[in-house]
Write a protein that binds this ligand. Sequence first.
Ligand code: ADP
Ligand code: MG
Length: 244
Amino acid sequence: MNTILQPNPIQLSAVALDKTYRKGPEEVNVLKGVNMDVRKGEFLSIIGRSGSGKSTLLHLLGLLDSPDIGEIRLEGKRIDHLPARTRDQLRNRVFGFVFQFYHLLPELNVLENVLSPLMIRHSTWEYWKRRRELQDLAREMIAQVGLEHRIRHRPSQMSGGELQRAAIARSLVAEPEILLADEPTGNLDVDTGKGIIELLSRLNSERQLTIMMVTHDEAIAQRAQRIVRLNKGQIENIRERAAS
Ligand code: ADP
Ligand code: MG
C-alpha cells in the first residue's frame, strides 16, 4: 500500500509581522519579522518567556490589533488591512478567543454567558424569534464542556476550571473555525489545567477545530501537535508535527 497523506491546507498565515509599542519616548520592538503558517485542524502551541510577545502575536492573528508591517492571511487572502467593520465581522465569524482570566460577565449565569455572543450576533427580533434553537445550541455546548450541572450558576459560584469550561463553551457557540487561547491554564492548578487541555484536544480532533494556544508552561505545550517558540521577536520551530 502506498498512500500519500496530503497535509491539510494552510488556513492562517503571519507574514513578516513587525510590531512596536511606543510608551512616551520608549519603544519596544516586540515582533521583528514573524512568519508562521497554521494548517486547518492543527493544534499548535506558542511558547516563550513572559514579555516575548505571545499575546501580541495572538492579538494580531485574531484581528484584535494591527501590525505595523506585514500581513495576516486567511486561506491565502490578506485580512489585516480590511475596513474596521469587515474585520469585526470576520473576527466574530472566524475566531474564538479564550483568555487566562475567563472574562465571563459576573451578573449572568452560565447559560446567559454562553448565549451572549449569539445575542450580539443577531438582532433582538431575530434572537427572540430563534431563541429556542439558540438556547438548545448553547445547552449543547455547555454539555460538551461538561457543565450541564452548572447551567444556572453564576461565575462567583464556580471553580476556576469550571469558569474556563464556561468560557470555552461561550467561544464555541459562535462556531469559530480557529480558536485562539491565551494562557488558558495559566490561572489553574496542574490537574485542572490538564482537564482543560484534554477538552481542547478533544475539540481539535472531533471538530477539526484549529487551535493556537499560548502558554509559558512547556509541559502543557507538549500536548499540542506542534510547538513554536517566540524568541527575540521571531519564531523558532521547536517540534514539528509528529508523523501520522
Ligand atoms: P507575552 O504575552 O509574551 O508575555 P506581550 O505580548 O503581552 O508578551 O508583551 C510583549 C511586550 O510588549 C512587553 O514588553 C509588554 O510590556 C509590551 N506591551 C504589550 N502590550 C503593550 C501596549 N498595549 N502598550 C505598550 N507596551 C505593550
Ligand atoms: Mg501574554
